[in-house]
Ligand binder design. Sequence first.
Ligand code: ADP
Ligand code: MG
Length: 218
Amino acid sequence: MAQYNDTFRDFGLDTRLVRALDHQGLETPTEIQQRAIPVVLAGHDLLASSKTGSGKTLAYLLPALQRLMKSRALSKRDPRALILAPTRELARQVYVQLRALAGSSFNIALLLGGENFNDQLKSLRRQPDVIVATPGRLANHLDARSLMLNGLELLILDEADRMLDLGFAPQLTRIHQAADHRRRQTLMFSATLDHAEANTMAADLLKSPKRVAVGEAH
Ligand code: ADP
Ligand code: MG
């Protein structure tokens, strides 16, 4: 039986994160947060599902930032974490939440399809620690060799089921292969675990993943 935490403080998060949560009036983790955060903090790969609006963003952002704060970068040049989301709007929302949590601790870049490529090259030259992106544009940057992912410590697929429904499987595979090394931790979030293509992708991308399914019979 999982041990549930009553407040965000009980996860032992860095005071910078706890303060940012306080500032936003966030105190009690949702069920997906209660169950996913300890798994990510322990360093496991994760395949997680829970319905829209249940708080999946913080379920990965908090432990991801905690891990980045506590560990030394694998590479000085490459991004340490990459978060992929299916649409520009969703990626933007993730970026806003990430900025609110990370404060000035990390250099963060947002790379969206449809926006100016050269401006994005400039932001990549500033060697961001964390990138939030849509998969197509991130793959374009790999093709253009504007960034390398050899030092990537965390690969996070938000709304993985929707990215696959939108036809992003080739880009996700391309990104995975560019960051394919043993020390990478990978997290996949979906609205449901009952998605054949997402499960196939999970088998390729995740190493001995823990599964957390909120509100599903698993
Ligand atoms: P999902 O990705 O599962 O659809 P979001 O991460 O977008 O859900 O969160 C939905 C809403 O719930 C957001 O407005 C977010 O700020 C809010 N929220 C997330 N976690 C908590 C929490 N622990 N307490 C209160 N509100 C929360
Ligand atoms: Mg979400």
